[in-house]
Design a protein around this ligand. Structure first.
Ligand SMILES: C[S@@+](CC[C@H](N)C(=O)[O-])C[C@H]1O[C@@H](n2cnc3c(N)ncnc32)[C@H](O)[C@@H]1O
Length: 210
C-alpha cells in the first residue's frame, strides 16, 4: 500500500465509516485513489460522491453513486448548482497553495452540515525539506503556509471547530464543524517568537549553563 492510501485508510476512513447516507464532495481526482475509497464508503452506507477535477477524470469509475464534474474547484456557482445543498464531507486535494485552500474552505463551509468534516491533504512540509525524501522547495513552502493558515482559521474559530492533524507522509488536516455559526475570517496569529523578549530568552538559553 502506498503512503497516500495508508494515510487515507488509517486517518480518514475510520472517521467517516459510520456516517449513514453520506454526501461527499471530493476536490481532486487524478487517478482516483481517494475516489475509490470514498465510493467504498458510499456503497456500504448508501452515500453519494461528487468529484471535481480540472482534468477529465470521468473514466476513473462507472459507479452509479459517483458524479464527476470537469471544472475548476473554485467555480462555486457551477459546483453548488450540481450538488445537494448540504454535504457531510469535503475533501480538498487539488492546488496545494494556502490562499487557494483558504478560498475553498470559506467557499464550501456553509454547505457543510453540523458535525460534518473537512479533510485537507498536504499540510506537512517535513518530507519536502532540503535533503529529505521528497526534497521540494514549492511543496515545502506551500504546505507550511497551508498548515499555518489552517491554524489561524482555527485560532479565530475555536468555539465552532475541532482541529486535528496527521503528519504521516505529506500530512492531513481534519476539521470538524461543531455548530452552524459562520466561520469568522482569521486574524493573524499573534506569535511572540520575533519579539525582543524572545530574543533575550534565546540568548539566555545559549549562554546559561545547564
Ligand atoms: C494530488 S492530485 C489528486 C489526487 C487524488 N485525490 C488521488 O487520490 O489520487 C490533484 C488533482 O487536482 C487537480 N487540480 C489542480 N488544480 C485544480 C483546480 N484549481 N481545480 C480543480 N482541479 C484541480 C489536478 O488536475 C489533479 O488531478
Amino acid at each position: 500500500m502506498d503512503d497516500f492510501n495508508y494515510k487515507i485508510e488509517k486517518y480518514l476512513i475510520p472517521l467517516i465509516t459510520k456516517i449513514q447516507n453520506p454526501i461527499i464532495l471530493e476536490l481532486g481526482v487524478q487517478k482516483g485513489r481517494s475516489t475509490t475509497k470514498f465510493l467504498e464508503i458510499c456503497n456500504k452506507n448508501n452515500g453519494q460522491l461528487y468529484s471535481v477535477d480540472i482534468d477529465n477524470c470521468s473514466k476513473v469509475s462507472n459507479d452509479t453513486r459517483w458524479k464527476f464534474f470537469q471544472s475548476r474547484d473554485d467555480d462555486f456557482e457551477f459546483i453548488k448548482s450540481k450538488i445537494p445543498q448540504k454535504i457531510d464531507i469535503l475533501f480538498i486535494d487539488t492546488l496545494h497553495e494556502a490562499k487557494h485552500v483558504k478560498k475553498l474552505i470559506y467557499g464550501y463551509y456553509p454547505l457543510i452540515k453540523k458535525d460534518g468534516l473537512i479533510f485537507i491533504d498536504d499540510i506537512s512540509h517535513i518530507p519536502y525539506l532540503k535533503n529529505k525524501s521528497r526534497d521540494n522547495f514549492y511543496c515545502e513552502i506551500n504546505n507550511q503556509e497551508t498548515y499555518e493558515m489552517i491554524l489561524s482559521i482555527y485560532s479565530s474559530n475555536e468555539e465552532i471547530l475541532e482541529l486535528n492533524f496527521s503528519f504521516f507522509s505529506s500530512g492531513l488536516a481534519i476539521i470538524k464543524k461543531k455548530s452552524e455559526n459562520n466561520l469568522k475570517w482569521p486574524d493573524k496569529l499573534q506569535l511572540r517568537n520575533k519579539t525582543i523578549k524572545n530574543y533575550f530568552r534565546v540568548l539566555w538559553n545559549a549562554v546559561k549553563k545547564d
